[in-house]
Write a protein that binds this ligand. Structure first.
Ligand SMILES: NC(=O)c1ccc[n+]([C@@H]2O[C@H](COP(=O)([O-])OP(=O)(O)OC[C@H]3O[C@@H](n4cnc5c(N)ncnc54)[C@H](OP(=O)(O)O)[C@@H]3O)[C@@H](O)[C@H]2O)c1
Length: 399
């Protein structure tokens, strides 16, 4: 039965109740998993194939499709510990499945295994945030990307890394998966897939007995489009999935992020485990999915513009004689004062600006210079440019 709300729910209810069927589903999952680990790449699946090309693995690792095992085991669960590679494949799945909740909304964060597809800037911010502020042990985080370029970084944190997206669902059997790739990666599946989109992984996500949570950070791509590249269209009823589109900015790295999500964060549409995890790295705000790309432009790219503004303010103060360090601190704190007062007073910034400026005073002279330089339209144009570029990056051919 397909359900939908801000986040999209696919649920099979009868299956949940019946042990026999569940066992069959698990058999299928294991069979799929075994096929995936045994068969390197199959024909119609373009993207994962690309992930295999630049290989810098030892032959043993390459055989396993895995770059590393975690260097340390900090947490109670040890997904790839001494026998992690085996465990995710067959017997481990059986052991885990029996101890896992079988309904959406029941997973506990302390039991969750986290998967990240894409190993770029936003993945890095999320992982650092989860480890430092979400108290997630690094060895419970699994990261997939086609090349080892960025994976090394995650390996150093103690995360599991792989070049195969399918490992996130199969071998590592993750519960909460963040998709952190450019839109072009997903859109390419629609170009290469013939009548149906190709799978984002080597194959579609194996049927799971336990629920999956899929969180998309992919700009310019809808939750529905992403879903079509993950779920086997022949058996949509065999999945139990909660899917969301979010925008998280890189301040998540410091536990100070802004996180736009496609449903009311306090509603039942968002499972407690996701609410807890996302809240650990940022403030949750509801934004309809149709406006998420605009939210990315201001919340994601706008953060860079704000740092730019802090830097420019501090340059001015440095020119006027403050030390570099003091100028930077004052610039950042001044911006913090402005942001906080605007949020708390709810006044329009124009009104707050007028409150600062006295007739013929210093501030209005400075504001006049900003107006002459057309700074306001420059900033608005920067947001527009970021929004446009994100759409371009969602077109096949970019990645
Ligand atoms: N940066 C932000 O502040 C921010 C904020 C909100 C949302 N976003 C969105 O998040 C997404 C990623 O942005 P980003 O800044 O992190 O990009 P990025 O730094 O360019 O990283 C992109 C990552 O995707 C990986 N990748 C490429 N093809 C793949 C495939 N077929 N399967 C799996 N991984 C693949 C790349 O692998 P390699 O490492 O091998 O190159 C790379 O690690 C975009 O849609 C962006 O709009 C970003």
């Amino acid at each position: 039965m397909l359900g939908s709300c801000g986040g999209q729910l696919l649920a099979i209810e009868a299956e949940e109740a019946k042990g026999g069927q569940a066992a069959r589903a698990e058999q299928e999952a294991n069979a799929t998993n075994a096929r995936q680990t045994a068969t390197p790449v199959t024909a119609p699946v373009a993207l994962e194939a690309a992930a295999h090309s630049p290989v810098s693995l030892s032959s043993q690792e390459a055989e396993k499709g895995e770059m590393s095992k975690p260097q340390s085991s900090q947490g109670k669960s040890s997904p790839g510990g001494s026998n992690g590679g085996q465990r995710g494949r067959s017997s481990g799945r059986q052991q885990q499945s029996s101890s896992r909740p079988r309904k959406l909304g029941q997973l506990k964060l302390e039991d969750a295994k986290i998967g990240i597809i894409g190993a770029g800037k936003i993945a890095d911010a999320l992982v650092q945030g989860f480890i430092n502020y979400g108290k997630i042990q690094a060895n419970r985080i699994h990261v997939a990307a086609p090349s080892s370029k960025n994976l090394e970084n995650f390996k150093n944190y103690g995360c599991h890394v792989t070049k195969r997206n399918i490992d996130i669902f199969g071998r590592y059997d993750c519960d909460i998966i963040f998709v952190c790739v450019h839109g072009a990666v997903v859109r390419k599946c629609f170009k290469t897939g013939g009548l149906r989109p190709a799978a984002l992984c080597t194959n579609y996500v194996p049927y799971m007995r336990h629920p999956l949570y899929v969180v998309s950070l992919v700009s310019g791509t809808t939750v529905d489009q992403l879903k079509q590249t993950l779920i086997n269209p022949d058996h949509p009823d065999k999945y139990v999935i909660e899917q969301h589109r979010v925008m998280v900015n890189t301040a998540a790295m410091y536990g100070l992020g802004l996180c736009a999500i496609d449903c009311e964060p306090d509603s039942k549409k968002l499972s407690p485990v996701l609410r807890q995890l996302l809240s650990s790295v940022g403030k949750l705000e509801y934004v309809p999915e149709s406006q998420m790309d605009a939210a990315c432009a201001i919340g994601g790219s706008g953060l860079a513009f704000s740092y730019f503004f802090i830097s420019a303010l501090s340059d001015g103060a440095f020119k006027m004689g403050l030390s570099r360090q003091m100028a930077l601190r004052f610039a950042a704190k001044t911006l913090q004062c402005a942001a906080q007062t605007q949020l708390e007073s709810g006044k329009h910034p124009g009104e707050l600006k007028d409150d600062v400026c006295a007739p013929s005073g210093a501030a209005v002279y400075g504001v006049h210079v900003l107006n002459k330089a057309d700074v306001a339209s420059g900033i608005a144009a920067a947001i527009e440019a970021a929004h446009k570029r994100a759409s371009e990056l969602a077109e096949p051919g970019h990645s």
